[in-house]
Write a protein that binds this ligand. Sequence first.
Ligand SMILES: [Zn+2]
Length: 401
Amino acid sequence: MTRMTLEAEESRLLEGARAADAAMRRDLAEWVAIPTGRGHVEGVEAFRERLAARLGGLGAVRRDVAGDPRPDWLLPGGAAEATAPATSLLERAGEGVRFLLVGHLDTVHDPRGPFQQLTSLGGDRASGPGAADMKGGLLVAIVALELLEAIGEPVAWTFALNADEETGSFHSAAALDAAARRHDVGLVFEPALPGGALALERLGAGQFRIDCRGRSAHAGRDFAAGVSAVTALARCLLKVAELPDSERGLVANVGPISGGSATNIVPDHATAWGNVRFRDEAGAAELGRGISALATAAGAMPAVEIEYLANRPAKPRTPQVEALALEARGVAEAIGIELPFAATGGVCDGNILQAAGLATLDNLGVRGGNLHRLDEFVELDSLSERAALAAILIRRLRRRR
Ligand SMILES: [Zn+2]
């Protein structure tokens, strides 16, 4: 049964969140103005220090885990990245249920583009890079912990800050996986789905590369001696196009592709990159088999080489997640907001946490929209609303278990 009323301490959390509203709007404007997109190291590190200092103010002890390398075949160009950002773990000792809160510092936005500030759109809506995804969510989470501290609730939590979620969390996945295994409840502060909905189920995701080698020849003088890598790749892509099955949640998307160097030369090299989505392990394996089957035996001409990595496991709707979601909905009802449930094909770090065995609610952040676009926006009234939701939810979860 959900409780429709608030306990006295819960009312204090709600009042505290409302009192924090103006400060949250100011903080968000400052945070959004720190560029953290596309590997902008100075911005990411400045933002990391700012959040770490604030969490340190709550007594959290910091430990940074070095970033793992990312496979170099993932992107066109193949060059290794200059940096592998660390994951910061800020751990606050407490009693009882251990909460793992996760947020990413990075955004998708160009640190040198025109979209740099939080700008009012009138009413409670404002637009800014990462305002919803997920600087608003980071703020919600930190304020929730501050509210709990203010009422003297001795919550045991770790806040994990990573800096590569938008590029697949390859650098931080191992750190998140290890942290997940030491906690009891996972809370991720990605933005709410449309209508303020909580995602109870997410598809998994993976990456692949198809690399074809042929034999170069002059198209006019010696065409028959050539073996076209572009033709070989085209044949592969037609087979990949047979793999998706929307009924069963199987997606295989190809792009970008490249091949050839001039129109009068038979191309000896062609490559395609792609992304897969799947509902479960069986789906991941099926797509992996379908793509891997394109590889040719050693010495073949043309030759086809495959790379395939299912890096974000699916996040199915489990009874544990459902129980957490119902608890959250009970809190939402008690503070007068709607919390519908939904499913999404989008992936996030909640996929990694749950695959490590940690039941996780993954989009407790702000309401907003147009994510990853130049008109990304946040509903500013959701800042304090969601901080109250998270704070009361954490208190109830630690008192129920
Ligand atoms: Zn995000």
